[in-house]
Ligand binder design. Structure first.
Ligand code: NAP
Length: 346
């Protein structure tokens, strides 16, 4: 075993605003000992997700809040070190809720069961946290089930340079739509157009971004793949065409305001605009659709094979840097999937 202790982040207090140093504590604890029906998992990669911030609040999102004193929740990829389970053996790569820790225990109490990754892998393991994992499947469900852009229609994607948005926009392109992104810098916008193939991308930090978005969507908006909410969604709904669809994937601009259930900001969706455009607005959660993962991953792998799906990763080295990296995600530091590299496989 490469380490004699288990470094883990425990939630010390619930954040108010952006995640602060004092919210999490890095401890060194004994490596868990396993019993019958359990396997010891060594974390290799952590996926940083906006949902991490929600799980730190008191809000019950898709899972109960992380308890104060509990190990910070997070999806990841790990390697089985020792197993007393029939379905896992030492050396297997697995995905699941590793948590922000060097080691985790895979057993029947896991909120999401660990699953053994296919061997051989379809590519680098991080693909299975990005476009061929929950990130890609989220984009797939939002576009294919809710947005359903048709050739000639206009689709807008917010946080277009991010993990989900970049995939969603490219699925929209593969379906023949005109796809317009929004992102938080000129460099990101250039990347979204030149490398990811969007038709246009608007930097929402420009003072005239609304005029730019209007100019980029001259025929109005038929589909909104919404990752951000706030002022972006407020403006997008003013341009909806009759029969538009909004795939409400996330509202990241609000999450740093999440503390207690009564304390969060209200999403300022223009209900009147949605009414007037006879639009469909539907939210969804990828973990409600685990049965759809094989179908989605087959589709996404096909797009990669056809050269129609480019993806980016921003890798942060070291478990100790996970809190800073999560905070920086809310400032737009990442392009594509944000990952923490925790350890090399044995
Ligand atoms: N429904 C589901 O099942 C599901 C699953 C996964 C993710 N999601 C949601 O999908 C969205 C994207 O998640 P992701 O994992 O792909 O993250 P991501 O887009 O890779 O990273 C988040 C990005 O959001 C942008 N952002 C952060 N704060 C912002 C703000 N106040 N205003 C505007 N943009 C802001 C930043 O890019 P800029 O530089 O462009 O600002 C940042 O890079 C999130 O809302 C998340 O909650 C939903």
């Amino acid at each position: 075993m490469s380490q004699m202790s288990n470094r883990c982040y425990r939630l010390r207090r619930r954040p108010t605003g952006a995640v602060a140093d004092e919210d999490l504590e890095l401890l060194r604890e004994p490596i868990p000992r396993i019993g019958p029906g359990q396997a010891l998992i060594r974390t290799l990669w952590l996926s940083l997700d906006p949902a991490n911030r929600i799980w730190m609040s008191e809000i019950h999102y898709n899972m109960p809040p992380v308890p104060i004193g509990g190990i910070m929740r997070g999806f990841g990829i790990g390697q089985v070190v020792e197993s007393l389970r029939d379905d896992m053996k030492a050396g297997d790569l697995v995905s699941g809720i590793t948590g922000w820790a060097d080691y985790a225990v895979a057993d029947a109490t896991n909120l999401v069961p660990f699953s053994v990754l296919p061997s051989p892998l379809p590519g680098p393991p991080t693909l299975l946290l990005g476009p061929l994992g929950h990130t890609g499947v989220t984009a797939y469900l939002g576009v294919q089930d809710i947005g359903r852009p048709q050739p000639g229609e206009t689709m807008v994607v917010s946080a277009a340079a991010g993990a989900v948005g970049s995939v969603a926009g490219q699925i929209g392109k593969a379906r023949g739509a005109r796809v317009v992104g929004t992102a938080g810098s000129r460099e990101k916008c250039r990347h979204v157009v030149e490398a990811l193939g969007f038709d246009a991308c608007v930097n929402y930090r420009d003072t005239d971004w609304r005029e730019q978005l209007d100019a980029a969507t001259p025929d109005g908006i038929d589909v909104d793949f919404e990752n951000v909410g706030g002022q972006i969604l407020d403006h997008v709904v003013t341009r909806l065409n009759v029969g538009a669809r909004i795939a409400l994937c996330g509202l990241i601009s609000d999450y740093n305001g999440y503390s207690s259930p009564g304390g969060r900001q209200q999403a300022r969706v223009g209900v009147e605009q949605i009414y007037l455009s006879r639009a469909l607005l539907r939210s969804f959660l990828v973990l409600d659709h685990t049965d759809r993962f094989p179908e989605a991953i087959a589709y996404l792998a096909g797009l990669i094979d056809e050269g129609k799906l480019e993806y980016d990763e921003t890798v942060v080295e070291g478990l100790e840097n996970a809190p800073i990296a999560l905070g920086q995600m809310f400032e737009g530091a990442n392009t594509g999937k944000l990952l923490v590299k925790v350890a090399e496989p044995l």
